[in-house]
Design a protein around this ligand. Sequence first.
Ligand SMILES: NC(=O)c1ccc[n+]([C@@H]2O[C@H](COP(=O)([O-])OP(=O)(O)OC[C@H]3O[C@@H](n4cnc5c(N)ncnc54)[C@H](O)[C@@H]3O)[C@@H](O)[C@H]2O)c1
Ligand SMILES: O[C@H]1[C@H](O)[C@@H](O)[C@H](O)[C@@H](O)[C@H]1O
Length: 357
Amino acid sequence: MTTTETRAGVLPAMAEVPAAELRVAVLGVGIMGADHVARLHSRVSGARVVAVSDAAADRAEQIAATVPGCRVIPDPLTAIADPGVDAVVVASPGRFHQEQVLACIAAGKPVLCEKPLTMDADSSLAVVRAEDAFAARTGRRLVQVGFMRRFDPEYAQLRALIAAGELGEPLLVHCAHRNATVPPHFTSEMMISDSVVHEADVARFLLDEDIAAVTVLRPRASRHAVPGQSDPLLVLLETTSGRLIDVECFVSTGVGYEVRTEVVGEDGSAMIGLDLGLVRHAAGGSGAARATGIAPDFRQRFGRAYDIELQRWSDAARRGGIDGPGVWDGYAASAVCAAGVTALRSGRRTETRLVQR
Ligand SMILES: NC(=O)c1ccc[n+]([C@@H]2O[C@H](COP(=O)([O-])OP(=O)(O)OC[C@H]3O[C@@H](n4cnc5c(N)ncnc54)[C@H](O)[C@@H]3O)[C@@H](O)[C@H]2O)c1
Ligand SMILES: O[C@H]1[C@H](O)[C@@H](O)[C@H](O)[C@@H](O)[C@H]1O
């Protein structure tokens, strides 16, 4: 149900990419959207940013000025419908994703939607249903979700190691997800729906199964936490077959952007995210050790992953489809986060509710 569903939306790697350049509109050009505009303009081939849209007019003008010929279209829905736009990147705040992604589906335009797909499981399911209806008519998938870790070479290597059986049966995954700071409006709920959503997807990506239940513990809060916020959090995800994933989510460390993942299997363990490449411990020897650097934020740590993600999305969009995590992955992660928010509020283990596909 997990990556099989994703694979259904993945176009074969050998498929030809049409010669015509993909004309892209980017909706929301704050930190992430502006980074994607620069990436599409200077590092992704076969795509051109032709329009940007942002609730802040001056911000839209400022970012449009960085790309020759790029227009500002103030209303995002007008930008989606514009006949000069072939495909869309949604990088607006999460609460606008549902409306904007549904408009892309209605217009039949491929869209890369930044995570989270939407803010809760029901609205994500509504997107799944709309895209399913489109796919039933056309045989094409339109929505790719910006779970960029799947395109990070270290995560890909870790997944391949697990799939090849090199660690034996994976049993445990230890994750650290640390940010230097977050804006003052960032709530404990957002630590689940906006931050731990990455681990919800990574767990499904690495282990190829769904998350059945979530428990959230609140350790003593850091004095740097946004007032009223429980920071850090310890989140425990249980997979359907009984594997456990523990996630330390700490978003006000003041240090930098630290994202680590260690998989412990019956026959060894492997860890990524130390700026050392993949470090592996197996019977008879372990991996490298050298001084590490810490990236200040996601743009440095996952820059290469975003480049690969947007290049592959753009190539697939030119063929009319997607090449990466789809709506079902977005929905599954939203369902985990919904259970997580309930677990956070209630202090109780909460089962994930996922409809049958
Ligand atoms: N994949 C990642 O690692 C990653 C990293 C950062 C952010 N994100 C995601 O990207 C999205 C944007 O995050 P950000 O950090 O860039 O936020 P941001 O606040 O820096 O930027 C959001 C921008 O959207 C604009 N905006 C507000 N309402 C809008 C609307 N209705 N339509 C279009 N634009 C609108 C705002 O004016 C602002 O410029 C979020 O979904 C976030 O979760 C993903
Ligand atoms: O939107 C950001 C982004 O997804 C980062 O990758 C994550 O580390 C942050 O916690 C989140 O707020």
